[in-house]
Design a protein around this ligand. Sequence first.
Ligand SMILES: Nc1ncnc2[nH]cnc12
Ligand SMILES: [Zn+2]
Length: 337
Amino acid sequence: MTIEKFIKEIPKAELHLHIEGSFQPELMFEIAKRNNIKIPYSSVEELKKAYKFSCLQDFLDIYYTGAGVLITELDFYDLTMAYFKACKEDHVIFTEIMFDPQTHTKRGISFETVINGIQKAREDAKEKYGIDSLLIMSYLRHLSEEDAFETLQESLPFKHLIKSVGLDSSEKGNPPSKFKNVYEASVKEGYVPVAHAGEEGNADYIWEAIDILKVKRIDHGNNCLQDEDLVKEINARNLALTVCPLSNLELRNVDILSNHPLKKLMNKGVKVTVNSDDPAYFGGYINENFLQIQKALNLTKEDIVELVKNSFQYSFAEDDKKAEYLKKVDDFVLSFE
Ligand SMILES: Nc1ncnc2[nH]cnc12
Ligand SMILES: [Zn+2]
C-alpha cells in the first residue's frame, strides 16, 4: 500500500485546531446570508483570493472578520459539525478543539451561545461519527489580562465541559508573562494550561510559557530550535509540541516545506505532533498536513506512526481512552504489514 493511503487511513488525534479557523468560505456565506450580515467580499472566490498572508497578523485580521458572522447557537453548531465531518473523512477519532470566547463575547454574543452550539455538535459527533473530543478555551493575548479574567469567570458555569485553557492571537509584543495571574487562577479552577509560543515569537516566549504559565504542552514551539538549552528543557519536562506545517508555510514562518523544522525537532528527541491549526485558511485538514510534510521531508512510515502515536500519548484524554486509541493505531499498522 502506498504511504499516501497509509497516512489517510491511520486513526489519528488532532491537538491544535481553532474551530473559528475551520470556517469554510461556503458555510461563511451561507451563515452570513441567514443572519443578514454583509461580508466585505462579493463571492466565495473573491474571499478565497484574500487568503494570502505575509504574517500572523495578516491572517488574524481576516479570521476575526470571518468569525463576525457567527451569531446563534445554530451557527456554532453548524461550524463545529462541519469540522467533525472533515474529521470523519480524515480518520480523526479524537480531537481537542480550541475556541476563542472573546472573539464572540466582544461582539455581544454570549459565552453560553458559543459553548452550547459547540457542545451540541460534540455530542452529535460522538453519536453520529463515534468521534471523541474535548475543549480548550483560548484567551486572546492581544487583549488584557483583566479581559481574560472576565472570560475565566464566564466559563465557570460550563467548567465541566472545558478541559484546558490556551493562549492565542498576536504573539509578538504579548508575551506569556502578561497572563501569569489568569493562568494561576485557571489552573486553580482545574483547567490544564497550554499556550501558543514560539510561532513568531522567539525562544524567550517559550521559556515564559513553560516557566511562568507552566504549560503542559506547547502550541507550535518551532522556535525552540534557537536555544539548545530550551530544547533540552522541553525534553526533560516531557512537553510535546503541536506543530502545524501548512500554517507555518502560509504564515511565512518557513519559506518552503522542505525547510520545515519538524524532522529536526524529532531528531532532537522532541515529541512532535502534526495538526491543521486553521484548515479553512491554510489549505487543508490534518491529512493534507501529513501528506505534504511527508513528501517535503521524505518521512518514513515509521515517522508517521511516531507522530500519530505522539498525538494520542500527549493528548489530555483519560489514560484508559489513550490505551484504547493506541491499540487502534497498532491494529491498523499490523493490518497493513
Ligand atoms: N496560528 C495561530 N496563531 C495564533 N493565534 C491563532 N488563532 C488562530 N490561529 C492562530
Ligand atoms: Zn493555533
